[in-house]
Design a protein around this ligand. Sequence first.
Ligand SMILES: NC(=O)c1ccc[n+]([C@@H]2O[C@H](COP(=O)([O-])OP(=O)(O)OC[C@H]3O[C@@H](n4cnc5c(N)ncnc54)[C@H](O)[C@@H]3O)[C@@H](O)[C@H]2O)c1
Length: 448
Amino acid sequence: MNKKMNRRSFLRSTAAAGAGLVLAPNVIAQATGNSKADSLNIALLGAGAQGQVLLDSCLRIPGLRFRAVCDIWTAYNQKRVTRLLKKYRHEVNAYVDYAEMLDKEKDLDAVIIATPDFWHAEHTVACLEAGLHVYCEKEMSNTLEGARRMLQAARKTGKLLQVGHQRRSNPRYIHCLDKLIKQAKLLGRITTINAQWNRSARPDNGWPKNAAIDQATLNKYGFESMHQFRNWRWYKGLGGGPIVDLGSHQIDVFNWFLGAGPKSVIASGGTDYYEKSTHQWYDTVMAIYEYDYEYDQGKKQTVRAFYQTITTNSSNGYYENFMGDEGTLHISESAGRGAVYREPSAPDWEKWVKAGFLNAPTEQKSDSTDAVLDVRETIAPPAYELPIKMARKYHQPHLENFFDAVRGRAKLNCPPEVAYESAVSVLKVNQAVEAARKLDFKPEEFKV
Ligand SMILES: NC(=O)c1ccc[n+]([C@@H]2O[C@H](COP(=O)([O-])OP(=O)(O)OC[C@H]3O[C@@H](n4cnc5c(N)ncnc54)[C@H](O)[C@@H]3O)[C@@H](O)[C@H]2O)c1
């Protein structure tokens, strides 16, 4: 009864927060007197679009108590997030400058960083040196020099640094790698990858005119204008364009699934559609990597991995296709996509269906019923769907992995060494576009 009343009064007290706001089971847990033994004090540094997505997931993870929010956009993101957290009974202090936050908040355990890429190195290094564990969004940094400093600071301080390549904690991706590729070897020998993130044309990000940041503050934090502040991804020196913003997730999966970084990359790209002065990074990029893939002990196969990101058309959305001589894995963070397709010559997969690795196949529609043709070539192979559903809040498992590691119960799924390899692989695409030739990776480039 008491429990019910508490929950009811909690719901009543948060109803004012309005429709569309998140449910916060940890708040419910605290209101109902659940254990606080594992409680962690958290700050959010960068409360923009992604900061709010991460916050939404954090509010579903028990034992987290937000104590501070730091964001330079006081009239908008900072205000919005601070208000929201207070409604959920997190007594947060708001800051504009991270140094002041670190100076005043002496009770923090960890910081979640979701500022623009060019701030990641400075913010991460300062937080680690202040003795805090850090979850920092991808791209680790917009420069390799910055990424190296982050890794070195993590090593020096002994604090944890998780980088936000969240697919690394996604149960569906983990199932594909551990069970389908490594254990059952359903793809046979992987030879080719193709992946993409295609997005519709869209206008630049705007801002409510009455919430503009003054020029002196913009300049102090590295932005020339409100347009640049809201669209930092497109600017050289601040972001890396769509190949870094979107491609980094998927190219990281190439490295993860193949167990190695690439040996070369060739790429073509340009700002073909948008205004060049405000879209300094390329709106269209097509890249081909070569990997030396060790598919069996001591046996290697060259894998060519094609990746494209276009920002003018959303055809087929985003996915990664891993193709081997026995099957194809089609995987995406997008919930409705995830299946394996058997090549006609591959051994039967019945035992893997029985073992729960895959769902029973569904026949694909054929565009030809002509019996004279070779049906093995003309009928699309059956789709064996993945038995594991995509988590609706797909950042949550990665955050949970981070907090479990902070509590000493797990190993990080994306420590800085892993994220650094990914940054080396991704940042070179922009260089390859500029160089207009194939660029090689030396093995030592991936190490710090
Ligand atoms: N993992 C993912 O799927 C994913 C998705 C989107 C974005 N991201 C990453 O999250 C980060 C943030 O992206 P976003 O889309 O939220 O950008 P955004 O522009 O919406 O938000 C950035 C926020 O940081 C604040 N800010 C900027 N400089 C600051 C500073 N020096 N100190 C304090 N606050 C500062 C801004 O006021 C803004 O509120 C980027 O690194 C981006 O790559 C990751």
